[in-house]
Design a protein around this ligand. Structure first.
Ligand SMILES: Cc1cc2nc3c(=O)[nH]c(=O)nc-3n(C[C@H](O)[C@H](O)[C@H](O)COP(=O)(O)O)c2cc1C
Length: 200
């Protein structure tokens, strides 16, 4: 029922030891750039680090927390996402800035999926350390780090992560999240995709 690209996407921790072609990285950023945003404010910013530049990559990896470093070190690229908190045109707080950044990351992710690349987003990192390491100015907020790469073999992971990597993915039912008439009254008459398995 849902688009194949949406079905194919999942967030791996196992990444292949393979660089991402530079034009594909550009494509990911272009996909983000063409996202919609409130007042066309385009509050997203990205700092890209590719594995083939060890110094850049290790700098970005150094702001990832220790739990995530275990697997994130295998990604071919890491991208720090940053949001600009106010509008360029009037300096007022942009209350949809985070929403817009999320939208841009979603588009980046589906562009990645269409290139057989996979993305795992991380909230587990040190934003204030990132601010210092990358000289991020006031008015901008580091939000997440994206680990990106081709799919790897789960066998490469430590035992606990291997099990989680192979687990069936679960979601709330549509009756819990989609309503009609009033909040909490399920929009029924809907088919659901239950228990999507990870590709491969
Ligand atoms: C904003 C955000 C923060 C996340 N932070 C982490 C994280 O720090 N570490 C991690 O392993 N996964 C993290 N994830 C991945 C989620 O756990 C994952 O998307 C979720 O379990 C659903 O799995 P799926 O993406 O394969 O469908 C994060 C995802 C998002 C969107």
């Amino acid at each position: 029922m849902i688009n194949e690209l949406l079905k194919k996407r999942y967030s791996p921790r196992a990444f292949a030891d393979k660089n991402i072609e530079p034009d594909k990285i550009t494509g990911l950023l272009e996909a983000a750039r063409w996202s919609p945003s409130s007042m066309n404010g385009q509050p997203w910013r990205f700092i890209v680090a590719e594995k083939n530049d060890a110094s850049d990559f290790n700098n970005l990896l150094s702001v990832v927390n220790e739990h995530n470093q275990v697997w994130a070190k295998n990604a071919a690229a890491l991208i720090l996402t940053i949001v600009k908190l106010d509008f360029d045109f009037n300096g007022q707080l942009n209350i949809h800035a985070l929403y817009d950044l999320g939208n841009a990351v979603a588009n980046l992710t589906f562009q990645a999926t269409s290139e057989n690349l996979f993305v795992r987003q991380m909230g587990g990192f040190y934003p204030e350390k990132a601010r210092k390491v990358f000289s991020i100015p006031e008015g901008y907020q580091p939000v997440s780090i994206l680990a990106i790469g081709y799919k790897g073999n789960p066998e490469m992971l430590p035992e606990d992560l291997k099990i989680r990597e192979k687990a069936v993915r679960i979601r709330k039912g549509l009756d819990e999240i989609a309503f009609t008439g009033k909040f909490g009254k399920p929009y029924n008459n809907v088919e659901q995709e239950n228990n999507l398995r990870k590709a491969g």
